[in-house]
Design a protein around this ligand. Structure first.
Ligand code: ATP
Length: 406
């Protein structure tokens, strides 16, 4: 057991250290000693996070006809949080008393005009308060959904475990509005959609577990909740959630829906798939981190699928002090690939071995090297991250070669 815990602790340390060393995630306000529960995203972490969010948006919004996006303000009228019960109940136990974990702030300059507001603790309410706007503008037929990606804030009593429990984090949420009698069918459908997305992104599905949340642990309005848990090194804990919120929110906000065809007024019921962006990144990193032994040398790499990898390929001239190699690599390879794939970097730092190790660690699927043979035969070396194997490919076939692989 001790042995296993040590290994798991080591893994977490390796991920945190890789994130810092390679520019994925830094401690928040680091040069001032940090600020608990906050992290800053570096160039590559940001690329990874953006890919993940874009991928989510594409699947759940762009590729559908029944989903409406929204980007609501983080600061909302405090009445929103009174109506939902957050002001009274959004609390965790602390020393025997309940501690409200909403981050309170004052808005306005003149004393008499100052209003109390809260940094939203979830993105969900930004969708409910825009339910009427969305229905009035787009006239959607049931079932339909609203989707939002954005920051959420919670004054967590004990932020911990790197990206897992922070005070400022990001959520991707859907509120899917259905007729009451259909909720079970839609719940099953969304469960499969969530699993499908996780699979497509490359989460280690053997580490994902569905937990049927018991009645005593569910929000009082929810008739069914599933937590998707992940085997983190620090234990099996929540990654994402799927909840049946019934008509709780629309009733709280005194909202209703008119079926224009039937001329009937109803209060739709809500299925809510919710995804934490930061926990998704952490679980992904833990899913794709691999160590292998190549010729007696331990190598670590991130086996990202290309739909999510921050960089798809790195282009290098074999030697950076040979202008003819640099010119060829830049004009005939880098520009071509950059225009096609976008996520392409130039890497001429250190020797080739070092460049490969660096690109392996950030999870770049392909490294392309321009050498002296290139100048005579217009072929380049393409090295595969996972196998370490190298192939000579004609520059004219390069785009197609990579397209096929990804
Ligand atoms: P937990 O029980 O771990 O506190 P929760 O049940 O309060 O989580 P939800 O209110 O369901 O979480 O929030 C939806 C999602 O937002 C979670 O599934 C998780 O991915 C993410 N999330 C919640 N709290 C945090 C946090 N403090 N830091 C990072 N992500 C979070």
């Amino acid at each position: 057991m001790k042995e296993k815990n040590k290994k798991e602790d080591d893994l977490m340390e390796k991920i945190v250290s890789l994130c810092k060393r390679r520019g994925f995630v830094f401690q928040g306000s680091e040069i001032y000693g940090g600020f608990a529960g906050t992290y800053d995203w570096g160039h590559l972490g940001l690329a990874l996070k953006n890919n993940l969010k874009q991928n989510w948006w594409k699947k759940f919004v762009d590729n559908r006809r029944d989903m409406y996006g929204i980007d609501a303000a983080i600061l909302m009228n405090a009445k929103v949080w009174e109506a939902t019960g957050h002001v009274a109940n959004f609390a965790d136990p602390l020393d025997g008393k309940q501690f409200n974990t909403m981050l309170k702030t004052e808005v306005g300059a003149k004393k008499e005009e100052v209003a109390i507001s809260y940094l939203r603790p979830e993105t969900a309410q930004g969708m409910f308060v825009n339910f009427k706007n969305t229905v009035d503008v787009f006239h959607p037929k049931l079932p339909f959904g609203m989707a939002q990606i954005g920051k959420a804030f919670r004054n967590e009593i004990a932020p911990r475990d790197f990206l897992f429990r922070q005070r400022e984090f990001e959520q991707m949420e859907i509120e899917y509005f259905v007729r009451q009698e259909d909720w079970e069918k839609h719940f099953e459908y969304w469960k499969d959609e969530m699993l499908d997305w996780m699979q497509d992104l490359g989460f280690d599905m053997t580490k994902i577990h569905e937990l049927e949340v018991e009645k005593k642990d569910r929000a009082h309005y929810s008739k069914r909740t599933i937590d998707f848990e992940f085997d983190y090194p620090f234990g099996r804990k929540e990654l994402f959630g799927l909840a049946y919120r019934a008509d709780f929110d629309l009733i709280n906000h005194k909202l209703e829906y008119i079926d224009e065809e039937k001329g009937e007024k109803i209060i739709p019921h809500v299925i809510e798939p919710t995804f934490g962006v930061d926990r998704a990144v952490l679980a992904l990193l833990l899913s794709v981190y691999v160590e292998d032994n190549k010729n007696g040398e331990i190598r670590s790499y991130l086996k990202f699928k290309s739909n999510i990898a921050p960089v798809i390929c790195a282009v290098s001239p074999l030697l950076k002090n040979k202008p003819e190699l640099v010119k060829y690599a830049e004009n005939k390879v880098f520009r071509l690939l950059k225009a096609e794939f976008g996520r392409v970097v130039w890497d001429d730092n250190g020797n080739i071995g070092k460049r490969y190790r660096r690109q392996d660690e950030i999870g770049t699927p392909f490294c392309i090297v321009v050498d002296f043979d290139t100048l005579t035969d217009d072929t380049v070396t393409v090295r595969d991250r996972d196998t370490g194997e190298q192939e000579r490919v004609k520059v004219t076939d390069l785009k197609k070669y990579i397209q096929e692989k990804i």
